[in-house]
Design a protein around this ligand. Structure first.
Ligand SMILES: Cc1ncc(COP(=O)(O)O)c(C=O)c1O
Length: 465
């Protein structure tokens, strides 16, 4: 370490005059300013999160939310004895979300904040598995779904449950209610409609699926519950399409997950799992522990978790209320529709989801209609040169020869930014028409991050269509 007479220029500090430690555990220390600068500067190579239209997650929060997150940095949400008010705010959050999703008795039902939808989905799935076993289920449990986010493939593999994905048919890109019954049997622990599909942004027809399962029960006696994966839709439809019935208004819906850190507008690391009635969460999943002083119930996958996310989500709820969420979400839908109109006007794209709040989330998805001399991977790649991250990817395996593109519009993305994006898109398309790419791309090269586990195989070659 330099003495106090040492270099006074930050970039002359010893830590910055050699390469950053990268391999084994660093042998020596450095000044915090130097270590900070190394980390800070390296992160300049990341994309700009607000220009990342591939993500569903929050990339803009207000100053008050930032302050609360910083103030709560040291609060462990599991330590309910030491931080009783954090626990209280989480409980209020559970009641508010249960009320929003029309649970019969929001004051008494069970629910929890989670680190995101993946954890919440696993908890919903585990509860369904335990309920099935309690009913005398034996053999290999299964669940039925359409094209799902990778968290459900993880749930199946980690917890030894068979996943029965219904193949897509005809032009329909969501699970068709008429196809559900044929995939169910006495070992089906749940059907999982996605309310805001990851691939397209479209809502699956929860009410239609519920009606199909009612008929199945009448004809076969099988009483199969629904868990709704409302990762993105859960904080949209209640405000932007309140008469759309997808939630606990349907008695068959026993549990719902959503990401607070997506359309809930909370910072990253926030999700919710809510059960219809307290009895729908089997007590075997609830552990009472007393390590931290006082006895407390825990049914999260992790023990320690930061408290700031649930606290900041509670701030969002009381700050905006129903009227504020309705205003914010309908503004975001309008921006999505503006993008869809701009894309449609270019004459080469067909809209799959155009930001209609009754059909899906605040996203736009589209495919190429004509032979335009470029493909969507090329376009996605070109757009990166201006900093825009827009995902191009294949549809689920049974339609994997089709490529689509999706832009998720989020809080903080404006009409003006949409117009800048459209201008860049037109410029990129012209460049590609003049000088198309020709070499096949690997999936990793083409898509970068993907929500699809199979698509993440790095060496699978994709030929441009
Ligand atoms: C439908 C759906 N379910 C689950 C998830 C996983 O959510 P999280 O990233 O909050 O774990 C996502 C993420 O995009 C999703 O779109």
């Amino acid at each position: 370490m330099p003495d106090t007479e040492g270099p006074d220029d930050l970039f002359a500090l010893p830590g910055l005059s050699r390469t950053a430690p990268k391999g084994g555990f660093p042998a020596s220390e450095m000044f915090p300013q130097a270590a900070y600068e190394i980390v800070h500067d390296e992160l300049m190579l990341d994309g700009v999160s607000r220009m990342n239209l591939a993500t569903f997650c929050t990339t803009w929060v207000d100053d008050q939310a930032r302050r609360l997150m910083a103030e709560c940095l040291d609060k462990n949400i599991v330590d309910k004895d030491e931080y009783p008010q954090t626990a209280e705010l989480e409980r209020r959050g559970v009641r508010m979300v249960a009320d929003l999703w029309r649970a019969p008795d929001p004051a008494t039902t069970h629910g929890t904040s989670t680190t995101g939808s993946s954890e919440a989905a696993m908890l919903g799935g585990l509860a369904a598995k335990f309920r099935w076993r309690k009913r005398g289920g034996s053999g290999t449990p299964n669940f039925v779904c359409g094209p799902v986010q990778v968290c459900w493939e993880k749930f199946a593999r980690y917890f030894d449950v068979e996943i029965r994905q219904i193949p897509l048919r005809a032009d329909r890109l969501t699970m068709h209610p008429d196809d559900v019954a044929a995939h169910c049997d006495e070992n089906t622990i749940m059907v999982v409609p996605t309310f805001g599909q990851t691939f397209t942004g479209l809502f699956e027809d929860v009410a239609g699926i519920s009606a199909t399962l009612d008929t199945l029960q009448q004809t076969s006696g099988l009483d199969i519950p629904i868990h709704v994966d409302a990762a993105s839709g859960g904080f949209l439809a209640p405000f932007a399409a309140p008469d759309l019935v997808w939630d606990f208004r349907l008695p068959r819906v026993k549990s719902i997950n959503a990401s607070g850190h997506k359309t809930g507008l909370a910072p990253l690391g926030s999700g919710w799992a809510i059960w219809r009635d307290a009895g729908d969460l089997p007590e075997e999943l609830i552990f009472d522990v007393d390590y931290l002083g006082g006895s407390m119930a825990t049914f999260n996958l992790n023990f320690s978790r930061p408290g700031g996310q649930a606290i900041t989500q509670y701030y969002d709820f009381i700050r905006l209320g129903r009227t504020g969420y309705a205003r914010v979400q309908s503004t975001i839908y309008r921006v999505a529709q503006h993008l869809a109109a701009g894309l449609r006007g270019l004459g080469v794209f067909e809209m799959i989801h155009d930001g209609d709040p009754r059909r899906g989330i605040t996203a736009v998805s589209w495919r190429l209609t004509s032979d335009s001399g470029f493909n969507l991977y090329d376009l996605s790649d070109r757009l990166r040169t201006r900093g825009w991250l827009i995902a191009a990817y294949p549809l689920p395996p049974d339609r994997g020869d089709e490529t689509i593109m999706r832009a998720v519009i989020r809080h903080g993305f404006t009409v003006d930014m949409t117009d800048l994006l459209l201008e860049d898109l037109i410029r990129c398309m012209k460049q590609l028409e003049r000088r198309p790419f020709s070499s096949p791309l690997t999936r990793a090269e083409a898509g970068g991050f993907t929500h699809d586990a199979k698509a993440a195989v790095p060496d699978a070659k994709i030929s441009p269509p």
